[in-house]
Write a protein that binds this ligand. Structure first.
Ligand code: DX5
Ligand code: ZN
Length: 230
């Protein structure tokens, strides 16, 4: 494993930011030293909420150099993959529950030159990762039921992260696969998730709700750096 793969990264979720001032909100987290921007796309169908789509991502792309990590919480994402690819996303993440032809979907994303990832709702078993591990750059374990920011981390997900880490290890693939956690991640749950094996922490409310995002990001990074993963 390369050194940079061992680094814990923070992805700022803009879901609970001020959508009326997205440019300013992004500048805020960019200055705070986050590693990427996590963009939650919701369709009011796969999840009970509607957020943003490709036209806004296209505008964000022109406004920031941050890596754009696009989390698609939508049904039938294949219909819109070209739009998200052209919008300037760096990584496209689909939910396994929404993709009956996951192999095809991931191949499509990879062929477009983007990083590909899959997400698991809290109740979805990890067996869906088995036949597509070679195609993904990242696996996201949802630590809340998707749809809203500001929810509480589900403790049972700690074991799921550990299990995923073991599956990746046992696969003996000669590549690094990131483990991302999303939902209810703050100073305390970040530590739990990293100890279990996560290396990319999505943080929305914790960062945007803090009086000093830069200090918060630094404290989280200090707290989790050097953790010996289980
Ligand atoms: C939830 C989203 C998350 C959410 C995280 O469906 O996928 O990315 O914004 O927000 P917090 O950090 O507030 O739980
Ligand atoms: Zn998300």
């Amino acid at each position: 494993m390369e050194n940079k793969d061992k680094e814990i990264k923070i992805a700022a979720s803009i879901l609970n930011s001020n959508f009326a001032n997205l440019a300013g909100e992004i500048e805020k987290v960019e200055k705070a030293g986050v590693d990427m921007l996590h963009i939650d796309v919701m369709d009011g169908n796969f999840v009970p909420n509607i957020t943003i789509g490709p036209p806004i991502i296209e505008c964000l792309r022109k406004n920031t150099r941050l890596f754009l990590d696009v989390h698609l919480m939508i049904k039938k994402p294949d219909r819109l993959l070209d739009n998200f690819i052209q919008s300037g996303a760096d990584l496209i993440n689909v939910h396994v529950e929404a993709c009956p032809h996951l192999d095809r979907t991931l191949n499509y994303i990879k062929k477009a030159g983007k990083k590909a990832a899959i997400s698991f709702n809290p109740s979805t078993p990890l067996c869906y990762v088995e036949n597509v591990l070679g195609l993904v750059d990242m696996v996201l374990i949802m630590t809340v039921n998707p749809g809203f920011g500001g929810q509480e981390f589900i403790p049972a997900m700690t074991h799921k992260i550990m299990k995923l880490k073991q599956i990746i290890k046992d696969s003996n693939l000669k590549k690094h696969i990131d483990i991302q956690v999303d939902g209810g991640i703050n100073m305390d749950t970040a530590l739990i998730a990293v100890k279990a094996g996560a290396n990319i922490l999505v943080m929305g409310t914790a960062i945007y709700g803090s009086n000093n995002p830069a200090e918060y990001v630094r404290k989280v990074k200090d707290k989790v750096s050097g953790i010996k993963m289980i």
